[in-house]
Design a protein around this ligand. Structure first.
Ligand code: CAA
Length: 291
């Protein structure tokens, strides 16, 4: 499959980032969301990210303009995916929602089009099973913030074909990513390890071993992590992290049991940067950092 047109479903933090690198990679790109407001914010964010890339010497103003010109938005999912060779869904991390989306994608995408999920932990095999094209279903796991993060995990579900895997790896490379291939397993490589580190940090906080600031400082300066576990969970979303841990706990066992303090923060609405408060507080002026 020679991919030329990519449609991204969902204009949230991940969807807008994926659309941005798709357009940068020279693909005709459609970003779809039901919310006009989300699309408007996403376009502004993409414009800013492309300009940032120009300022950093990553690409030229011509390349920036070409990327913007190749990008369209849509509020109608069936229209948005009709021409797509590859559809990447980036909707909330709930299996029920993913299954609804995959049903619609399978119905309206052209025969042979690849259907990819940006899920960070869930079973792509389960999503593929609801379609009539399991061999064309695959996981493409991107990382936040997408334009800056170098990795793409391409996840092979039970029936994903070699052609689908190869096409997605090539798309990843054209988007400027390093690609790793993973056989489907809960949390793949990165979410499984990251969830463990983040959960352990919450247990330490709960046990009063050190302050959040010092735990972050220790991992940054002692282990050379670019961000501390609490800075990172505030970026990713505490609700997202909790749902990943719940899924890992259910599928892989006891050692992934979510820390009660994390669950309590989520109950309190402390979801991270996106809600203005997570482990840390974020004044309103930092709103644009949300995504
Ligand atoms: N367009 C293109 N490239 C850009 C760019 C842009 N707008 N802005 C930056 N870049 C490039 C930079 O040039 C640089 O590339 P090189 O290393 O080749 O020069 C790279 O992106 C990183 O840029 P910086 O080093 O300048 O970025 P930074 O110093 O501001 O660091 C950070 C920011 C990369 C986010 C760093 O803090 C970090 O790595 N944090 C950890 C983030 C993380 O772990 N994310 C994963 C979360 S888990 C997830 O998302 C998955 C999930 O399923 C929940």
């Amino acid at each position: 499959m020679d991919v030329k047109t990519i449609t991204v479903i969902g204009a949230g933090t991940m969807g807008r980032g994926i659309a941005c690198v798709a357009a940068q990679g020279g693909y005709r790109t459609v970003l779809e969301d039901v919310s006009a407001n989300a699309l408007e914010q996403a376009l502004a964010w993409i414009r800013e990210s492309l300009q940032d890339g120009v300022n950093r010497g990553k690409f030229t103003t011509e390349q920036r303009d070409a990327a913007m010109a190749s990008l369209a938005t849509s509020r109608s999912i069936d229209q948005a995916i009709r021409e797509a060779d590859l559809v990447i869904e980036a909707v909330p991390e709930e299996m029920e929602t993913k299954l609804e989306i995959f049903t619609v994608l399978d119905k309206f995408a052209k025969p042979g089009a690849i259907l990819a999920s940006n899920t960070s932990s869930l079973s792509v095999t389960e999503m593929a099973a609801i379609t009539f094209r399991a061999e064309h279903c695959v996981g493409m796991h991107f990382f936040n913030p997408v334009p800056k993060m170098k990795l793409l995990e391409v996840v092979r579900a039970l029936e994903t074909s070699d052609e689908t895997m190869a096409a997605c790896a090539e798309v990843g490379r054209r988007m400027g990513k390093e690609v790793v291939v993973v056989r489907e397993s809960p949390g793949f490589i990165t979410s499984r390890i990251n969830a463990m580190i983040g959960n352990e940090a919450f247990y330490m906080l709960q046990e009063g071993i050190a302050s959040a600031e010092d735990i972050d400082k220790a991992l940054k300066l002692g282990l050379n992590h670019p961000m501390g576990p609490f800075e990172l969970v505030d970026l990713v979303g505490l609700d997202v992290r909790l749902s990943i841990l719940e899924y890992l706990h259910k599928t892989l066992g006891e050692k992934y049991r979510p820390c009660p303090l994390l669950a309590q923060y989520v109950k309190a609405g402390r979801l991270g940067r996106k809600s203005g408060r997570g482990v840390y507080d974020y004044p309103k002026t930092e709103e644009k950092l949300r995504g």
